[in-house]
Design a protein around this ligand. Structure first.
Ligand code: THU
Length: 126
C-alpha cells in the first residue's frame, strides 16, 4: 500500500463526512499491521461536542473488529472536496493514536509523511 493509495482511500472516506455544521470534511485511512485498511470520516452532531474526528472513527472501527496494531494513517481535510492544504490530526486524535501506536507510526498528509513522535514527542500514559 503506497502513501498515494492510502491518501486516495482517505479522500474517498471524506466523501461520507457528516459535517453539516462546520462544512469541513475529513477522511482518514488507517493501515493495519496485517495489511487491512480501515477508513473513517468526521461525524458531527447538533450537540457540537459529540462530534467525532475521522481519525478516531477509523481507529475505533479497527479496534472494535479486534485489530490493534497499526503502521500508518493518511488524513485529508477540506471544504467542498478541496483537500490541497495538509490536515493535521488534533490533540485528541494524537492521544488515541498514542494508545495503540509507537513513535514510528506514520502520519501521511498531503504534504508528506511524519512520525507520531513528530506530533507528540511526549505522551501521557498510565
Ligand atoms: N476534525 C477531524 O475529523 N479530525 C481532526 O483531526 C481535526 C478536526 C473534524 C472535526 C470537525 O467535524 C471538523 O473537523 C472541524 O473541526
Amino acid at each position: 500500500m503506497t502513501d498515494k493509495e492510502l491518501l486516495r482511500l482517505a479522500r474517498e472516506a471524506a466523501a461520507n463526512a457528516y459535517s453539516k455544521y462546520s462544512g469541513f470534511s475529513v477522511g482518514a485511512a488507517l493501515l493495519a499491521a496485517d495489511g487491512r485498511v480501515f477508513t473513517g470520516c468526521n461525524i458531527e452532531n447538533s450537540s457540537y461536542s459529540l462530534t467525532i474526528c475521522a481519525e478516531r472513527t477509523a481507529i475505533f472501527k479497527a479496534v472494535s473488529e479486534g485489530c490493534t496494531k497499526f503502521r500508518a494513517i493518511a488524513i485529508v481535510g477540506g471544504i467542498d472536496g478541496v483537500f490541497s492544504e495538509p490536515c493535521c490530526p488534533c490533540g485528541a486524535c494524537l492521544q488515541v493514536m498514542s494508545e495503540f501506536c509507537g513513535d514510528d507510526f506514520m502520519i501521511i498528509l498531503t504534504d508528506g509523511r511524519y512520525r507520531l513522535k513528530d506530533f507528540l514527542p511526549k505522551r501521557f500514559a498510565l
